[in-house]
Design a protein around this ligand. Structure first.
Ligand SMILES: [Zn+2]
Ligand SMILES: [Zn+2]
Length: 818
């Protein structure tokens, strides 16, 4: 940022034109500038245009310099300055500093994420003398809906779902007054002119419950929750289902009717004190909970009180958030216990946003719905964050974070516009524009037809909102991903090139990009531990050690590949991975001889072994996968945690982590961990993490009836040691030319396991590696699109350079990225 203006002297008077780029529109930036200018007694004007905010200012040299400093340091809460550029100004300036009309044009500006209700608005709705007392749609320039209500740009009320609500005189006056915190707050509204809430009885059609006003409706909804009812709420970015979280019967009923048997429910509580009575809340966790993004924060349980097991079956973490909107605030204000606040949908469907659909789909779950008459333009789920190694890591990036751009690292400035389509599960897409990556909010699993529909709609919306014209598309190499299929379709109809990217290479690149690793930085070791991705050799990958930069990657090491019995079914039923592992490692006969006394033996003996063995022998629907996720499944199944079926992706691994005995885990003796070896196995020239010794020790522990929490601890510790041992081995080069890399990038969904992640990070640092990890984007497939975007951009930048230099693009040494 240039804070040293070049100035034009006019007898100590100077005039500057100041360009401010970043998220500076719709966040109260102009009034802030106006205040500072008036405060310093400067003349001039401020206005919005296509590039952000433009300020022309005149006055004495010292005041103007102070002005520029203060603009940079007094950014309003939702604003974010990327760059300030100054140059001398020679035109005429209005004597009284003023806010001038906006100038339109092609947009390079940003849409702010939705923000949780601010303190000033909370104070207002709590105060009986205020005209917005208990008004559930109160907002200002520092808080309230943004992406969830926007239909097109620029972000003016007319282009949002607030358009049908004509401002009353009082609201209009605030909107026009530069000294008011609602100056140009596009969602400004009050009881008289804004949206209204109504409580509906869903059983008997749409008849509202009595003749309630907005205030009564909210109070009635709260009473229903207290009485043990399930209530649907039309939230900010979608319908939600809520009930008393301390009422085990209601929670179980909700689980049954929502057809969600295991996935943990998110919780909301009025204040931190209530959360603290169930969980421990650290400094960073509190910062996340109370920030404008207000995500769900995964917290360790361990307060004085406990919630019913049905909230988060088998887990030791609870996902809590504070009230995010005034509507939520008012519902919870007088509730001294937490409520479930889960997305309003059935099983795997996307969260409902449309009123008619909501009432139709949710009637079977909730007898009542608290609705309102402001349309939800964009579906946005609640974001999820977990603090690991002292830093907040986004697991699901949606409300409060999207669509804030992530700056592309040095070297990517010249990237043309492109769109990366993401993966299949936890899908997101990513636009590259103006040197930034704009990652969409979490879309969900595209296999669900309604989710895929939403994904396409959101892609169209972003294209319009960001005035985006891609010159190329980037997609995962997996032939069956719906995002890849759509990419091929779009590439064909638009006659655009399609760049296909290997799944785990994209994971590494995502980690590099969010950590600002420059385009030409030396290659790092990417350790990608996840469920599955399409490999280059016709097998599935998922436990990968890749020497990689944005352009190339080389597979240096892997987890031992094991058959997935029944293909995709193996990912759902952990016992399949267990059986495959035992047969591959020691063979059934040896297992039977040594461990026939185990219940596990009896269990596996009863499975359709003959068919499974035949399938493996004949290569029928038993693809090999070097997956770390499946290893977690197998171990969880051996410990009889989630052996039959996973209710959600990663359940077995999450339960296994929850099982870990903390005290044993901290035990420093290396011999305590389950041993893994690193060796070359037949049929592969790559060193593999070989789990045979781990299995022998684990089965021995089962025979010795070692407690499961101790076994879970031994497994996590052993796995972390194996990962670091592999990294250390790979770093040493064959000749004496020094280490092959000094940086390790961690990615893949398995690194959302805090126990594994923190132990791997600690040990890598002990071994003097620089460690890069995810924070702004998920380590899981939700971050994939960012990595694809970076790889695609690198490819296009190189192609352009080669073109001007008259050669054709080629890559050697590593495998080419596309
Ligand atoms: Zn506010
Ligand atoms: Zn009003």
């Amino acid at each position: 940022m240039n804070l040293h203006p070049s100035v034009v002297h006019q007898a100590e008077l100077v005039a500057l034109e100041i360009r401010v780029r970043g998220r500076v529109q719709g966040v109260g930036f102009r009034p802030t500038v106006w205040h500072i200018a008036r405060d310093l007694g400067l003349s001039g004007e401020v206005l919005n245009d296509a590039d952000g905010v433009l300020v022309r200012v005149g006055g004495n040299e010292r005041s103007v310099a102070a002005f520029v400093e203060r603009i940079a340091s007094e950014t309003p809460p939702l604003g974010q300055i990327d760059r300030i550029e100054t140059q001398a100004f020679r035109g005429n300036l209005p004597h009284q500093f003023r806010i001038a009309e906006s100038v339109s044009g092609s947009t390079h500006t940003q849409i702010a994420p939705d923000a949780a209700i601010c303190d000033a608005c909370v104070a207002e709705i709590k105060k009986p003398s205020e005209r917005r007392f208990r008004y559930p749609f109160t907002s200002c320039t520092h808080c309230g809906p943004r992406l969830s209500i926007v239909k097109s740009v620029p972000f003016d009320r007319a282009k949002t779902t607030m358009a049908p609500f004509a401002m009353c005189e009082a609201c209009g006056a605030e909107y026009r007054d530069p000294t008011d915190r609602r100056f140009h707050a596009e969602a400004v509204a009050c009881h008289a002119c804004g949206p209204k809430a109504t409580l509906l009885h869903l059983d008997g059609g749409l008849a509202s419950v009595g003749q309630h006003s907005t205030r009564d409706s909210v109070a009635a909804a709260r009473s229903l929750i207290e009485m043990g009812e399930i209530v649907a709420i039309k939230g900010l970015g979608g319908y939600q289902l809520t009930c008393d979280a301390t009422n085990a019967d209601t929670v179980t009923r909700l689980r049954r009717s929502k057809r969600r048997d295991a996935k943990p429910f998110a919780l909301m509580a009025r204040d931190l004190d209530i959360i603290r009575s169930y969980c421990s809340v650290g400094v960073e966790e509190q910062r996340q909970l109370t920030g404008a993004s207000a995500p769900i924060v995964l917290l360790d349980d361990g307060g004085s009180k406990r919630l019913p097991e049905a909230i988060a079956p088998g887990l030791t973490t609870l996902g809590f958030m504070l009230p995010t909107t005034p509507l939520h605030f008012l519902i919870l204000e007088h509730l001294d216990r937490p409520v479930v606040m889960t997305s309003g949908n059935l099983a795997d469907e996307p969260q409902v946003i449309d009123d008619a659909a909501a009432l139709d789909r949710l009637a079977g779950i909730a007898p009542y719905a608290l609705v309102h008459d402001r349309e939800i333009a964009n579906r946005i789920d609640d974001s999820v964050v977990r603090v690991m190694s002292g830093r907040a890591r986004i697991f699901r990036r949606a409300r409060g974070f999207a669509p804030a751009p992530i700056p592309m690292p040095p070297g990517f400035e010249a990237s043309p516009e492109l769109v990366a389509m993401g993966g299949q599960l936890k899908a997101t897409f990513c636009l590259v524009k103006d040197g930034a990556a704009i990652l969409s909010q979490h879309q969900g699993d595209l296999e669900n037809a309604a989710t895929f529909d939403e994904y396409r709609k959101t892609l169209a919306l972003y294209t319009e909102l960001f005035d985006h014209a891609p010159v190329a598309l980037v997609a995962d190499r997996h032939p069956e991903y719906l995002s890849s299929k759509l990419a091929r379709e779009l590439a064909q109809t638009g006659s655009l090139p399609l760049i296909e990217v290997q799944h785990h290479h994209a994971h590494v690149a995502a980690c590099l990009a969010e950590n600002g690793q420059a385009l030409d930085a030396p290659a790092v070791l990417g350790v990608v531990l996840d469920g599955l991705g399409w490999g280059d050799d016709g097998t599935l990958w998922g436990g990968e050690f890749l020497l990689a930069d944005y352009r190339r990657y080389e597979r240096l090491g892997i987890f031992r590949p094991v058959a997935m019995l029944g293909g995709a079914q193996a990912a759902r039923e952990p016992w399949r991975s267990l059986y495959a592992h035992l047969v591959a490692e020691m063979g059934w006969a040896k297992f039977a001889t040594n461990f026939s006394e185990l219940d596990l033996y009896a269990d596996l003996s009863g499975r359709p072994r003959t068919i499974l063995d035949w399938m493996v022998r004949n290569g029928v629907n038993t693809p090999k996968a070097s997956s770390c996720g499946r290893l977690f499944d197998a171990v969880a199944a051996a410990l009889n945690i989630c052996r039959e079926r996973q209710g959600y992706e990663g359940e077995a691994a999450a339960r296994l982590e929850a099982m870990v005995d903390r005290d044993t885990f901290r035990f420093e003796d290396e011999a305590f961990s389950y041993p893994f070896t690193i060796q070359n196995i037949s049929g592969s020239h790559l060193p593999c993490i070989e789990p045979l010794a781990m299995w022998r020790a684990l089965l021995g522990d089962l025979v010795g009836m070692t407690p499961a929490p101790v076994m879970a601890a031994r497994f996590h510790k052993g796995l972390a040691q194996a990962v670091v041992a592999m990294a250390t081995k790979l770093a040493s080069s064959d000749d004496d030319s020094g280490p092959r890399f000094d940086t390790v990038a961690l990615s893949g969904g398995c690194f959302q396991n805090r126990t594994l992640f923190e132990e791997v990070v600690r040990r890598l640092k002990q071994n003097n590696f620089i460690v890069l990890s995810h924070a702004q984007v998920p380590a899981n497939d939700g971050g994939l699109a960012l990595g694809q975007a970076a790889i695609g951009a690198a490819h296009l930048i190189d192609a352009k350079t080669d073109e001007t230099e008259g050669s054709t693009p080629c890559a050697s040494g590593f495998q080419a990225a596309s």
